[in-house]
Design a protein around this ligand. Sequence first.
Ligand SMILES: *Cc1c(COP(=O)(O)O)cnc(C)c1O
Length: 368
Amino acid sequence: MIRKIPFFNYPALFAEREAEFMAEIRRVLAAGRYILQAELRDFEAALEAFTGIRHVVGVANGTDALVLGLRAAGIRPGDEVILPSHTFVATAAAVHLVGAVPVPVDARDDHLMDPDSARAAVTSRTRAIMPVQLNGRVCDMDQVGAVAREHGLVVVEDAAQALGARFRGVSAGAFGVAAGLSFYPAKLLGCFGDGGAVLTNDDAIGEHVRWLRDHGRTDGPEVAGWAYNSRLDNLQAAVLHVKLRTFGSDLARRREIARRYDEAFRDLPGVVLPPAPTDEGPNFDVFQNYELEVDRRDELRGWLADRGVGTIIQWGGKALHQFKALGLERSLPVTERIMARSLMLPMNTALSDEDVSYVCGEVRMFHS
Ligand SMILES: *Cc1c(COP(=O)(O)O)cnc(C)c1O
């Protein structure tokens, strides 16, 4: 029997906790608190407590979080910023939007930035390195940090896909001078629209981002400088605060699904899995996505679609350096291999155990 398993299921996630969401939304609307009000500060404080990071500043979306983080970190027009090509276009767009030059580098087998490729891309104009904590996994920050130290580079993290992930016990978002988070609906912690946050342990950068997001306004009569309108609105903050209450168990569920996929697919020929969730070793992964490599990727995708299972090829199958309009063309063999072979299976908290078993069974059937 065919079972319908969409790649993502927003209505199911809403229905699960509809009463809670609606009570909170009604409360905020009735109080007339829309912009920069108590619910925003309460949510920011809750996320500071969750991550252990000193400052969380809610902004309009994850791309803005990176733009404001880069600005506050002192990245200037003409500076070069090294980042992995295997990332969402927004990582590079943020660099471009502050007038700097994105320099895409290659990936390693875990699909994250290759620190050696990053080191080889350093020039006299390089100012920053932007590790992307992709698919809910933090890069090898020992090695990325070493490259940054060797060349005096600022680290700005793209943690849009990694809230709750850790490396050597340190939270994603805590490794650089600033980091960007996204609350896009499909992200680990998603709101009902767009949202994002800048994370920083640096008091001056925290304050800088607070005025950057609000037209340069501070407590006094002066504006502090040219700035943006990029605020996380109160209603989204209130919804996010509701979701944050179950976030720990949401992450545990994602890791459980990843464990079941790993057990089901480990022995399949022609399939390369992401690292399994483990409590040993430096990485604590939270599986924003479950991205595997498959020899017969497109065939498997069609097979699953015919059986009701939604899958996605990340970013439509292209990495940054493969988008002609961006002018970043170069040769990055590992990234190109990944883009030609990768597929993302359903990975979200709306999946039931039966859904997971069905996906496991169909992927195994394809390979038998
Ligand atoms: C989602 C995402 C962004 C951008 O976030 P938005 O909220 O969509 O602007 C940036 N980088 C990565 C890696 C992302 O996945």
